[in-house]
Design a protein around this ligand. Structure first.
Ligand SMILES: Cc1cc2nc3c(=O)[nH]c(=O)nc-3n(C[C@H](O)[C@H](O)[C@H](O)COP(=O)(O)OP(=O)(O)OC[C@H]3O[C@@H](n4cnc5c(N)ncnc54)[C@H](O)[C@@H]3O)c2cc1C
Length: 449
């Protein structure tokens, strides 16, 4: 049986120069940068708060991979880190890692940032439709309890992570790895309270030690746990005895855009949490008295749709550090792709037979290899007033595991926001914007290109 959804006439209730959909790292970068070009800017977010995976999945440990390297944050990300630290301090982690936020304080910080920057934010605004005429987006449709609401803008930026706007506009995309379409697993992070913080923080990093031991136990098949996962990253350890993020329960071979698969993943991960709580109490010294403090609002994803753009970034580009005239982001060479099918062995090679298991490569010490992202990766085919930013930009599956880093997402967001704002000023489509002007503006915003 099929049903027909009747067309509806909807009043355009808001208009802006630039409309950003999705308030994660990419959307934050895009909205702030667009507003700073002088463009009137609206930011739509489906949840009740901003921050994307950082706040909704407790991924507060954003830039651990820069620690001990020659690289540091720059641009808006560094601005946010500095301002956040000034206001909230760094006492949230007694292990002294300054690259971590508290997801809860960050929500408040981001509300205030948007107000200060003059970005109009609409929360609880789920976008799943657009009105397109000849490749031009006339309006974006938000689903609200009061019915559909239309918002129009000269340029739209899709920072939904899943490319929802681009797909609704008819832009082709790819999802998951080429051979079977599977993405990295969905993960449902959770928090515990009641750990022995004093013991865990004295004499070295005991949480890292626990993680290393757990991996050995897992590989020897002795844990008896149902969840397929050997690595066990921990988030902040606080004086109050909280571990703010246990990145463990994973659901594999799940389509992040299917509500049927998402339902399975949420339930499966909650079951793993129940089992793992018991395991930690019984096996990890310092965890004997733990209680479950909270489960993240939603299962989180590291990749899903990748939009077809005017250029597709490949891992060969990353390996060769290929230079592009329209570079808008320079990032330390890295890949972090959790096994899409839960296979825990494999040599983690970027291609070929070994390309199974966890691909995990990141720079260390004096290694200063970088890669470039060209502006064309943000320009989708088939539309003339849309840009994409964040993890859904045009790239191959393996390359995405580098560009998906939170800091990289904010950089591509800043580039999209700047490109959009300057194209509105010049009265041209974002594809035709003067790229030299975009690059100059990004440098003026503190980005190292
Ligand atoms: C468990 C886990 C651990 C991770 N660990 C790290 C790490 O340690 N370091 C690191 O750098 N990266 C890590 N990542 C990856 C990183 O979180 C993401 O790649 C990054 O957040 C992507 O940013 P984004 O802005 O593109 O998308 P997201 O963070 O996914 O943000 C998208 C935003 O858009 C909103 N949205 C989505 N669809 C719609 C819609 N239709 N309408 C309106 N709003 C919408 C969402 O609610 C969300 O706020 C991790 C990811 C996960 C899941």
């Amino acid at each position: 049986m099929t049903v027909t959804i009747r067309p509806k006439e909807v009043q355009v209730s808001r208009e802006a120069d630039v409309l950003v959909v999705g308030g994660g790292p990419a959307g934050i970068g895009a909205a702030v940068s667009a507003a700073r070009t002088g463009a009137s800017t609206i930011l739509l977010e489906k949840r009740g708060f901003l921050g994307g995976n950082i706040t909704a999945c407790y991924v507060e440990t954003c830039n651990w991979f820069l620690t001990g390297t020659k690289f540091s944050t720059h641009g808006l990300y560094a601005e946010i880190e500095d301002a956040y630290r000034l206001e909230y301090g760094r006492s949230h982690d007694i292990r002294g890692d300054s690259s971590r936020f508290s997801a809860d304080y960050l929500r408040i910080y981001l509300d205030e940032l948007m107000e200060k920057e003059g970005v109009q934010v609409l929360l609880h605004s789920f976008v799943n439709d657009v009105v397109v005429e000849n490749g031009h987006i006339l309006a974006v449709i938000i689903q609200t309890k009061q019915g559909p609401m239309a918002v129009s803008a000269k340029v739209v930026i899709d920072a939904t992570g899943d490319g929802d706007v681009a797909v609704a506009a008819g832009v082709p995309f790819k999802q998951g790895r080429d051979k079977d379409g599977f993405c990295q697993p969905g993960t449902l992070n959770f928090r515990v309270v009641g750990v022995d913080a004093r013991y865990l923080s004295e004499q070295g990093d005991k949480l890292k030690e626990i993680g290393r031991k757990f991996e050995k136990e897992y590989l020897s098949g002795r844990t008896g746990l149902d969840c397929k996962r050997k690595d066990l990253p921990f988030g902040r350890l606080t004086n109050a005895g909280m571990i703010s993020y246990i990145n463990y329960p994973c659901s594999y071979m799940i389509d992040p855009t299917s509500n049927v698969d998402l339902s399975r993943g949420e339930v499966e991960c909650r079951r793993y949490i129940k089992q793992f709580m018991k395991y930690m109490r019984n096996n990890f010294h310092g965890f004997e008295g733990i209680e479950l403090a909270s489960i993240a609002p939603e299962i989180g994803f590291r990749d899903s749709r990748r939009i077809e753009g005017k250029y597709c970034l490949t891992h060969q580009d990353i390996e060769e550090d290929r230079r592009f005239d329209d570079v808008i982001c320079v990032f330390p060479r890295m890949y972090d792709m959790l096994s899409p099918d839960g296979y825990m062995l494999g040599d983690g090679a970027l291609e070929g037979e070994g390309n199974r298991g966890h691909i995990f490569v990141h720079i260390t010490g004096d290694d200063d290899r970088t890669f470039q992202v060209p502006y064309r990766c943000l320009v989708p085919v088939k539309t003339d007033n849309l840009l994409v930013a964040g993890r859904c930009i045009s790239s191959t599956h393996v390359a995405e595991s580098g560009v998906r880093a939170i800091f990289a997402c904010m950089l591509t967001g800043q580039a999209a926001g700047t490109g959009a704002g300057l194209s509105v000023q010049a009265g041209v489509s974002p594809e035709k914007v003067d790229i030299g002007g975009v690059q100059k503006s990004l440098r003026d915003q503190g980005l190292r290109l």
